[in-house]
Design a protein around this ligand. Structure first.
Ligand SMILES: [Mn+2]
Length: 564
């Protein structure tokens, strides 16, 4: 089975990470890899929204988490992803209509080599499950010499199941309980028998016995079935038409015909009402039910209640049907929740190495450049894939956003070169575009303290400690200094919730390229901070604009001191 591959950036996504995912997925599509989907692990910031909107590129799909769910393990892939694959995706699940005959259902089961079959109504809504266990129960309950059984069936199903040639057919669709009567005795005897059985619900199987044929038609049986390909006289056909009696010619002998009739009941009457699970249900919520379910499988439905397939206990030990490519991050702590359950195919990044480990060799590209978008741009050029204008435009935005318009300390020649290349093929002016991007980002004053901190927050692990460092860009840091009590309280809530060593917010002034650092933390850490102070818990970091390249080494040193 071909898997779906999600290309996804870090949590609290910034422009570089969202654009990298979108542009790298477009590169894979151009190379013919259809089942690759760009994704993002969170809400986008106003700048990212502005960019995708302005250049008319569709946003990567939002994934709240990658906690294992039914849809990632279901046999045949997640049907809800069909629309996402222009070249086709997982097929429609095999189901059977509730009014189809048991015979048709069994044929489907055999053809599909499956143990179970979801039974659906005319709109595809799940009704019940057919499995061999339920089928066996039906046979045992109905084929017993101790009692005379009747079967709910329609004459159309009956005719189809026994491959009959209809001579006359009345009320073919009506489903009604009927009993099978074989005309094996003398006529007088038989007539008495038919009277006690109730002729109107009798399906009489008879051979070439003219007397019995006539008496059945006179008594208005539900259907007269001529076994072994026997035919009816013209006179009796006319009588059958007058009396509204259905006459069918069965190509099989009497015993085969009688046996096949049992299989013409609508499959909906045999299904087990197994409670379905939903595509997005986490595996942990149904693992136990699955181990107790008949045939150790459960039906899976989509949001509309439509049958989406079947999940077997064995599916959970197979590899899931999705893989992941990480862009703009490599530390598991910054990745989308649940990522450890899937195979990481590639990492494309420009950050320090975290503690990622994989079970397989992977493509790992990590370059010391200012933006992952620079690496992606160069992958297009190395692999000789022409850039669409929309993708080229957002890539340029990604580079400018992550490098503060090529002015941050992380900017390399490669970033400048890639930006100039993109600028020339899109006709976008770097300075003017940079100005637009900073304007779009400058909405910090309308954000709550929580939003200021979580919009671009990263979690780190170092020397056995965990901590968070957020960053926000503004042209008016004074406005945030005025809100210092409120911001410090929000930072402290963030820190205390997960018992971090400290939580910090780097406020970067894009007009002069300096930053302020807001910190709350444990004394064992804060007592070591030796940066110039400008207020309670606020430090001045002259010419520091890069969290990754300039701030993180400073913080790592302080964490080391706290560890001693
Ligand atoms: Mn980046």
């Amino acid at each position: 089975m071909e898997k779906t591959v999600y290309i996804i950036g870090h949590r609290n996504p910034d422009t570089d990470s969202v654009v990298s995912a979108a542009a790298y997925a477009a590169l894979k599509h151009a190379q013919g890899q259809k089942r690759v989907i760009a994704a993002r692990a969170g809400k986008i910031n106003p700048q990212t929204e502005y960019i995708f909107d302005r250049f008319g590129v569709s946003l990567p799909e939002y994934l709240p988490d990658l906690v294992p769910k039914a849809k990632y393990y279901i046999s045949g892939g997640d049907p809800s992803l069909v629309s996402a694959h222009p070249g086709g995706g997982p097929g429609k699940p095999v189901t059977v209509h509730e009014e189809a005959s048991l015979w048709e259902a069994l044929e489907l089961l055999q053809k599909d080599d499956s143990k179970v079959l979801p039974i659906v109504d005319r709109n595809g809504i799940y009704r019940s499950m057919l499995h061999y266990g339920g089928f066996a129960r039906y046979i045992i309950a109905n084929i017993t010499p101790r009692k005379k059984s009747s079967f709910p069936l329609s004459l159309n199903h009956l005719a189809a199941t026994i491959h009959a040639q209809p001579v006359t057919l009345f009320n073919g669709d009506e489903i009604r309980k009927s009993s099978i009567v074989v005309a094996a005795s003398y006529t007088a005897h038989f007539t008495g028998h038919l009277e006690t059985e109730g002729a109107e619900n009798a399906l009489v199987i008879v051979g070439d016995r003219w007397d019995i044929q006539k008496c059945c038609i006179k008594m208005k049986v539900r259907a007269l079935i001529l076994s072994g390909g026997n035919i009816l006289s013209k006179e009796l056909i006319e009588l059958a038409e007058q009396n509204g009696v259905t006459v069918l010619i069965s190509p099989f002998d009497t015993s085969s015909t009688a046996m096949l009739i049992i299989y013409s009941v609508p499959v909906g009457t045999l299904g087990d009402a197994v409670k379905p699970i939903r595509l997005h249900d986490p595996v942990r919520t149904f693992r136990e039910a699955l181990s107790k379910a008949p045939s150790r499988c459960l039906p899976v439905i989509d949001n509309d209640g439509k049958a989406a397939g079947v999940i077997f206990e064995g599916d959970l030990i197979k590899e899931p049907n999705i893989d992941v490519i990480m862009v703009d991050h490599n530390e598991p702590g910054q990745a989308i929740e649940g990522i450890e359950n899937y195979k990481i195919l590639e990492v494309i990044d420009h950050h320090r190495l975290g503690n990622l480990s994989t079970r397989y060799p992977i493509t790992f590209i990590n370059r010391v450049v200012g933006a992952t978008c620079t690496i992606i741009t160069n992958l297009y050029r190395e692999q000789k894939i022409p850039l669409e204008k929309g993708i080229a435009s957002i890539l340029l935005c990604g580079i400018l956003a992550d490098t503060l318009v090529l002015q941050s300390a992380t900017t390399t020649e490669a970033d400048t070169e890639a930006a100039e290349y993109l600028s020339s093929i899109t006709g976008l002016d770097i300075k003017a575009l940079g100005h637009d991007l900073q304007n779009a980002a400058n909405q910090v004053n309308s954000l709550s303290s929580e939003e200021l901190i979580t919009t671009d927050m990263k979690e780190y692990a170092e020397r056995g400690f965990s901590f968070t460092v957020s960053q926000i860009e503004t042209d008016n840091p004074e406005a945030l200094v005025e809100r210092r009590t409120e911001i410090a309280a929000a930072l402290e809530r963030m820190r205390a919730a997960k018992d971090h060593l400290f939580s910090a917010l780097l406020v970067t002034d894009v007009t002069v390229l300096d930053s302020l650092l807001f910190v709350t933390g444990k004394k064992s850490f804060t007592s070591h901070i030796n940066f110039p102070v400008t207020g309670q818990g606020i430090y001045v970091l002259k010419e520091v604009v890069s969290r990754k390249k300039q701030l993180m080494p400073l913080l790592a040193e302080l964490v080391e001191k706290a560890a001693e």
